[in-house]
Each structure stands twice: as C-alpha cells, then as structure tokens.
Design a protein. Structure first.
Lengths: 249, 202
C-alpha cells in the first residue's frame, strides 16, 4: 500500500507541476464529451513523460532481445488469459453464442496450445471476440461518458475506467498481483502490450496534437465497439458551417 | 500494425472510370481496377512509389468530393475564407492522403481480401454508406466503410470510416485545433509542406 501511495503522490505532483502548460480551449468551446480537458491534458503529458522515461525504453529492450515467434507466443498467452473476461462480458451483453465460441477458443488454446501460447483456434477458424465491462455498460445504455485520461493507462472514460477496474477481478493476471503480491506476470503483460503499440509511436508523434488525436480515435473506436455494425455516421450536417450553404452545386 | 497500413492503402482505393450512378458498383469497380493496376505493375510501383501516386491521383481524385470533405473538416473555421483558399486546402488534404494510400496499397497481395457488402441501414437519395470488410492476415475482418454523396447524378466519396473511426471527424478536430492556435494560412502552409500528418489508427 505504501508503494501505491508514493506512486499516487508522484502523479499528483506531476499534475500540479504541469498545470500551467495546458492549452485547452475555454470551457464553452470544448468537445461535449471532454469537459475535463485541462486536467486530461495534464495527465496526458505526464503519461508521455513517464512513457518516454521508462515504459518505452523497456518495451524497446524487450523487442530487441526477444525473437519474434517468442513475442507472438507471449502475446497469445496473455490474450488467452483474458478470455474469461471476454466470455463473461459477452454473456452480460446478451451474446451467448459468441460467448460460447470464445469459450471454445479458450478451451482449445489452453489445452492444446500449451496454455495459450499457440493460437490454434484461429487456425481452426474459431473467430476471436472482443468485449469488456466498459462496452457492457455501454450496451446497457451508458453510451456517452466523459473522456478521462488515466495516469499510466492512458485514454479512457469514466465508464471505461470503472469497467477496466471491474475486469481486473476476473483477469488472472491482475488477481495474481492482488492476491499473491506477485507482479511479475502483470509487469510482463504491460511491457508486451506496450511493445505491440510501438509501431504507432511515429504516427502519434507526427500528429499536430497528440492529445486530440488519441482522444478522437479512442472515443470513436469505443463508440463503434458498443454500437457494432449499426453504429451511426458522424453528424456531417452539424460539421458544415451555415455560411457555406450558398455554395452548393 | 502493418494491418493498419494495409487498410489505409485500401481505404481510398476508389472509383475511377466506374459507373457513378450506383454507389456499391462504384466501389466494387474501383477496387477491382486498383488491384488490376497493382497486379500489372507491381515491380515498377515498388521501385518508384511516386509513379503510383500519380496514377492514383488521376483515377481517384475525380471520384472524391474533396471540397465537400474540406468544408466538413473546416467547419466554422472556414467562415470568411475565399473559395480559392478552401479549394487549396482541399487539394493539400487530398495530396496527403494520396501519398499515404499509395504506400499502403502495395502491401495488399490479393483482391480476395476485400468483401463488399450490399447496402443496408440509413441511406437516402443524396447520401449513402457502402460497407466493405477487409480480411487481414491475422484472420480478422476489418470494417472499412465509404460515405458517398450525390451531386447531380454522380456519386462521390467524401469520408472513409475505418474500424469506426472517421477520417473527416478525426481531421476536423486536429485541423481545427491547429487553426485555432496558428490561423488558417499557417496551417495551410504547413499542410502543403507536408509538416502536418493527420492519421487515424485502430
């Protein structure tokens, strides 16, 4: 607990220090889902700093020393361990068929794929599904939620942050850390997730405003995951400025 | 993440001399033409991507409603701009996309990777959404949707939505922020110089 407290106070300090560096628009001009933009921007720059200092170099090191097939195996292993989370949430979202498919995947890969290291199910044409507690809440009607950048974990919303926390109780990787105090597996998981995201770094850094880039991509993507194939189009009419009307063809 | 590039490559693999009166046909024919083009000249294009860019520009540009996209991206920031300025912006935006797609397109090996779905959902006489699915090497199917509008009796594409992420919406926030901070002219200059890279990821 002590360690966690210290961690939190470092975060608080960093947020305080970066408080003057914000460039958020005035409150009436903000994105409707991002009323906390100044706070979020501070956490975002804190995350960027922490990432550059620690996580990214570690992830690069991991990528440099592990052969590709080993990394794939490790990634499969963690993806497989998340299956119970996916299965449960698919059930909660009223998709028993897909939940069953996910169970078959979990069963096949765990038993015959050396605990998930080999993704045999995908070769056998068993589709992988994606679901988490955040999308379950969305499915139940909590479709819009305030954008919230979490320290260390990055883009989220109030809904997805709660969901993320809830999911950790079903994910053995987190349970192990919580119950046994052994953080090795969790640490490796975080490093391998970060390593998978390395190819995106250049894009994010090239974006004019990395904060907005991540926010928009995140919110649209989550919206899509919740609404599925039927997700609506952006409100193009609202995008157009009235003054343009006399332009039309 | 190669998958992403692949998708980007295909995203604007659009209409050329296609039948412009039916949006689904338009997407189908253009996708086919693009693959035929790549299949026939792959080695030249790989050696000189600029060649492919020119080819893409000639074929795709007429089927894109770049000015409409630009107006959507600019929104209220376009207020008070001359038409020429908006057109210059539209062109710079299209340039940026073309060079990106040329790179991505070469990554595709087979046209079987693309599936074009029949129309469904909320379509009107004036605007419609054509859904396609791209089969990735991982076995997953990535949704790529094209949004078209009809002007006169021609359908043209003005937005692409990859895995639920809209180009127009994403550009809009980024460009809007840049204009708010630096003004339209500086933004345009930077865009034309290739200093702004607005990307979307999945």
């Amino acid at each position: 607990m002590l360690r966690l407290n210290r961690c939190l106070s470092i975060v608080a300090l960093a947020l305080l220090l970066s408080a003057c560096a914000t460039s958020a628009p005035p409150s009436d001009a903000r994105h409707p889902d991002d009323p906390w933009e100044p706070f979020n921007r501070n956490v975002h720059s804190f995350n960027e700093t922490a990432d550059r200092a620690v996580l990214r170099p570690v992830a690069r090191g991991y990528q440099a020393v592990t052969p590709g097939p080993v990394r794939t195996g490790i990634r499969n292993f963690f993806t497989n361990l998340r299956s119970p989370v996916v299965m449960l949430n698919l059930l909660l979202q009223g998709r028993p068929g897909e939940s069953l498919e996910q169970f078959e995947r979990f069963f096949v890969n765990t038993l015959y794929g050396l605990g998930g290291v080999f993704d045999l199910a995908s070769r056998g044409d068993l589709p992988r599904h994606e679901a988490d507690l955040g999308t379950t809440f969305g499915n139940w009607g909590w479709e819009e939620s305030r954008y919230l950048v979490l320290p260390f974990f990055g883009p989220s919303t109030v809904r997805d942050g709660l969901g993320f926390y809830g999911d950790t109780f079903i994910n053995p990787v987190w349970e192990l850390a919580r119950e046994e105090g052994s953080y090795g597996l969790l640490g490796l998981n975080i490093i391998q997730i970060r390593a998978n995201l390395l190819p995106l770094d250049a894009q994010i850094e090239d974006a004019f405003d990395s904060y907005l880039f991540l926010r928009d991509a995140y919110l649209q993507r989550r919206q899509f995951l919740i609404q599925g194939e039927e997700s609506g189009l952006p409100d193009y009419d609202a995008f157009l400025d009235d003054d343009f009307d006399d332009w039309d063809d | 993440m190669r998958a992403l590039l692949l998708i980007l490559g295909l995203a604007w693999t659009l209409p050329a001399l296609a039948d412009t009166s039916d949006p689904v046909e338009l997407i189908r024919q253009t996708t086919g033409e693009m693959f035929a083009l790549i299949d026939a000249n792959r080695s030249e294009y790989e050696a000189d991507p600029a060649l492919l860019e020119t080819e893409l520009r000639d074929r795709l540009l007429p089927r894109l409603d770049t000015v409409y996209s630009a107006r959507l991206v600019l929104g209220r920031h376009g207020r008070g701009l001359e038409r020429e300025q908006v057109e210059a912006f539209a062109e710079a935006l299209a340039e940026l996309l073309m060079s990106r797609y040329a790179t991505g397109l070469l990554e595709f090996r087979s046209r079987d990777q693309v599936e074009i779905l029949p129309l469904a959902g909320d379509n009107t006489e004036r605007s419609t959404r054509v859904r396609t699915r791209i089969r990735l090497d991982s076995g997953n199917r990535a949704p790529v949707d094209y949004v078209l509008r009809k002007t006169g009796d021609e359908w043209r594409v003005f937005d692409v939505i990859i895995e639920g992420i809209s180009y127009v919406a994403t550009f809009r926030t980024q460009i809007g922020e840049e204009i708010r901070r630096d003004g339209f002219e500086r933004m345009l200059a930077r865009l034309e110089a290739g200093e702004i890279d607005v990307d979307i990821e999945s």
